[in-house]
Design a protein around this ligand. Sequence first.
Ligand code: NAD
Length: 501
Amino acid sequence: MNATAFAQTLHGQKGHEVHLPRNRMLIGGEWIESAEGQCINVEDPATAEIFTRVPAGSAEDIDRAVSAARKAFESASWARMRPLDRGKIIENIARKIEEHAGELALLESYDNGKAVHHALAVDVPAAVDIFRYMAGWTSKIGGQVNPISGDGQQYHSYSVREPVGVVGQIVPWNYPLAMAAWKIAPALAAGCTIVLKPSELTPLTALRLAELALEAGLPEGVLNVVTGYGQDAGQALVEHRGVDKIAFTGSTRVGKQIVRTAADDLKRVTLELGGKSPSLIFADADLEKATLGAALAIFFNSGQVCLAASRLFVERSVYDQVVEGIAKVAQGFKLGHGRDPDTMLGPLVSRAQQIRVLDYIEQGRQCGAEVVTGGGTGGKDGYFVEPTIFSNPDRDASIVREEIFGPVLVATPFDDVEEVVKAANDTHYGLAANIWTRDLSRAHLTARQLQAGVVWINTHGMNDPSAPFGGVKESGWGREVGEEGLLHYTETKTVTALLGE
Ligand code: NAD
């Protein structure tokens, strides 16, 4: 079905335009309304205007989508397709995303608030890359021959990787297209079929991606997108007995709830959760690069990044210089509408998120931490928050302990490696960290001691489809992307045959 049949057209710069599927979601290859007829208003966070709506999916819609995914899984159409042909379709999806890059970036900007040029530079290429990378894996998921000792008789034993089955995937609102792509591409490469639930705040690019996937040749029912609220559609997906695995990206709070629910039928679960990642800057670092790097590590995407380095530790001798430098960078960021080409930081995604972040800033003030810069909304309509830096907060303050998911940095000086490693690890989270120093041996030794799933040295945020990503401690279970991410969508089957004496 052509989305333009029920489209409203939005326009952006450079002639980009986007057609919105109105109040429809994709189940079994059909664009349908929700069974209960409820819908969700979709808002532009830069203007607070409602510009379209999507269905508020219910348990009944989830059931329909799971049935469609099961039917597609059991037919020969996907899991048993020639691996090279499956890879070709996944590669076609990458190409489709590339062809529609401008449209997808504009849609992401309307939905999430981020600058179109950032979506074009980061979000869309990330989606293209993961499909292209995973396309190559379809023909490389092998197995092994097991050299079993047995009982003196002759055996042939081998293990193969099979697709886990029907996968429920739940994604957040900060990188809606890229997060959906990181989930969908490996599941498709492994031969799984999918019910994806995007965030109720940013459902549009996932719908458009699913439509492009159909155009790329993906059989109907392999990828179903049910829009809806977490407590309704999301919860129903996790509870559904027809779902073999849940892959979740979102908050640690909801991740824990998912684990409790999935315990009922012991579904497979992988979790990409929150973070409170540290930046460690040593005095011998290239301070210009470290200053800019640490500023971008927290403020990019207005701090709405799971791997945001929201805790800054700087060696005491250069502390004032670095904090001042980051403040200068922060003050230079132009806040604005995502469709303005000069915008460097867009609004936060929603009024609720803005209130939440401003509330944390108030708590920071009340606990006596010094506000180096920011702290307000920048005097703009829309859900803006200025990049904000606190210096020397109490180590037990909420701004130090809790994930804020906004443009708020807490800075603390340190005197030696032992002290900074202890402080950096003093958190329930363990997603990412970065280290800035010219002493490579210290960099690698420090990396070994940090409790984090990902450590960057003299850089931050360099994600790649080949590099496993995920967290330790309360930042998650399992890894996304890379071979390890792919294998989370498979189960190992061992087959052992008695050959004789
Ligand atoms: P969230 O946990 O509120 O929601 C995430 C998704 O879960 C949404 O689609 C939501 O509708 C759904 N959901 C909510 N309640 C549910 C329930 N009971 N059952 C099933 N699904 C439910 O998170 P958010 O506010 O959308 O996103 C921000 C969070 O995501 C932050 O904590 C951030 O760190 C995390 N995140 C992590 C990564 C990572 O890779 N580790 C990446 C991006 C975001």
